[in-house]
Design a binder for this molecule. Structure first.
Ligand SMILES: Cc1cc2nc3c(=O)[nH]c(=O)nc-3n(C[C@H](O)[C@H](O)[C@H](O)COP(=O)(O)OP(=O)(O)OC[C@H]3O[C@@H](n4cnc5c(N)ncnc54)[C@H](O)[C@@H]3O)c2cc1C
Length: 392
């Protein structure tokens, strides 16, 4: 269906993503789900880079394709419908790019955007979460002293970073880390700044790789920063405004998580619909049993509603006539609604496939495992509801 809010360029990029997702990402994602292989992931990443998918919103003169946030949501749905893990790795790359584009100086964009958007790019990672918490920006702000234990101090015209970050998507693979650290452990989030840390900086180590329930094609690692030095020009924006910058990027990224959830839900719905048309029980295809038919109708309604919320949030994200608080609220709403919706849709898809849905012979069990994390990361849905409530 043609929708007037999409440009021809948006739709062309979606079509490129769809073809790549179906041909390359889906089979590789199945393989990576069974057994992770960093070389296979890197190979896929390079292919995505060559198609221009890494730097969707990055201006052309910094190695990207200069697309819109709407193009990004169309692409993320296609990637996630094929393999959510790959879409998650890609979305964290975009998160880092968003921070650089919205806050970075032109010298920083020139130096770092090509590293994470061009055809030989490595993934980027964003490091906020810590062992004792800290992933949710608002709760870090509320929690105060001791809430961030990763610190920085000034030295030789630059900064020295020390601390441990948990659950870092693309951790260990990344060419660039954006790291949130505080100048004063007693001031916590209020004294937090964000630093651009090249992946080959001395003192960076992988503490461990997570063995996860889903999105197994996306590497998640604990990252240790031990006396890591960055020059002064690697401070992103101004000191002590680190949390504000993360929140700005979340106007895009939480909506993108909604888009990932919509992609997974769509794939689960399509699988369940096809199965329900073929599977015969009680002398007729199960879709003709009203209990199943109504489930499928509800799934279709929910996917469509979620997609509309994601597109609304993407369209609003760059509309500066809308207050930042409202744009943030819309992205939280899209994230919460779509992730809860997709959890229900994928669970129902397993139900519709009956015993077969519970086996690895069909992809619906993978969709159900993959989607769970969308209710948890980028701030769990309980905390998002707090964020939304505060902005009503
Ligand atoms: C696969 C994966 C990838 C990730 N990638 C990244 C990444 O790239 N970068 C990064 O920085 N982080 C990343 N994270 C971290 C993720 O954002 C956090 O795990 C998430 O925000 C939850 O934080 P937590 O695990 O500390 O849970 P907690 O904050 O301890 O929450 C535990 C439970 O308590 C609830 N809760 C907490 N506070 C409240 C409250 N105020 N009111 C009501 N309920 C509350 C939560 O909803 C949750 O159910 C990733 C996590 C996973 C699993």
């Amino acid at each position: 269906m043609r929708d007037s809010c999409f440009s021809d360029e948006d739709l062309q990029m979606r079509d490129v993503a769809r073809e790549f997702a179906q041909k390359e990402i889906e089979p590789a994602g199945r393989q990576l789900d069974k057994s992770y292989d960093a070389d296979l992931f890197r190979d896929l990443w390079k292919k995505a880079a060559k198609l221009g998918l890494l730097g969707v919103m990055v201006p052309e003169h910094y190695g990207g394709v200069g697309g819109s946030p709407v193009a990004l949501t169309l692409i993320i749905e296609e990637l996630a419908a094929a393999d959510a893990g790959f879409a998650v790795s890609m979305s964290m790359n975009w998160f880092a790019q968003c921070m650089l584009i919205t806050v970075g100086s032109s010298a920083q964009m020139e130096a770092f955007l090509p590293m994470i958007s061009s055809s030989d790019a490595l993934p980027a990672a964003a490091c906020a979460t810590e062992p004792q918490g800290g992933s949710d920006v608002e709760s870090v702000r509320r929690c105060g002293p001791g809430c961030i234990s990763t610190t920085y101090r000034k030295k030789d015209g630059g900064f020295v970073i020390n601390g441990t970050k948990n659950f870092i998507t693309n951790g260990g693979l990344a060419g660039l880390y954006l790291v949130l650290a505080t100048a004063d452990i007693n001031a916590g989030g209020a004294a937090a700044s964000t630093f651009i840390v090249p992946g080959d900086s001395p003192g960076i180590a992988v503490g461990g790789i997570e063995d996860k329930m889903g999105i197994r094609s996306s590497q998640t690692a604990q990252m240790i920063f031990d006396d890591v030095f960055v020059p002064g020009e690697n401070l992103l924006g101004e000191e002590w405004l680190g949390l504000e910058y993360v929140e700005l990027a979340m106007i895009f990224s939480r909506g993108a998580v909604g888009g990932i959830a919509v992609g997974i839900a769509r794939a689960a719905f399509e699988e369940a619909l096809a199965y329900a048309r073929e599977r015969v029980q009680g002398g007729r295809p199960i879709i003709e049993h009203q209990g199943i038919g109504f489930m499928l109708a509800d799934m279709a309604i929910m996917v469509e509603a979620g997609r509309s919320m994601v597109h609304r949030s993407a369209l609003a994200s760059l509309d500066f006539d809308i207050e930042a608080d409202e744009r943030f609220r819309l992205s939280c709403m899209a994230k919460v609604f779509c992730s809860d919706m997709a959890m229900k849709v994928t669970t129902d898809a397993v139900q519709i496939l009956g015993g077969y849905g519970y086996t690895r012979d069909y992809p619906v069990e993978k969709y159900m495992r993959d989607v769970k994390v969308t209710q948890i990361f980028e701030g769990p849905n309980q905390v998002q509801r707090v964020d939304i409530l505060e902005r009503l």
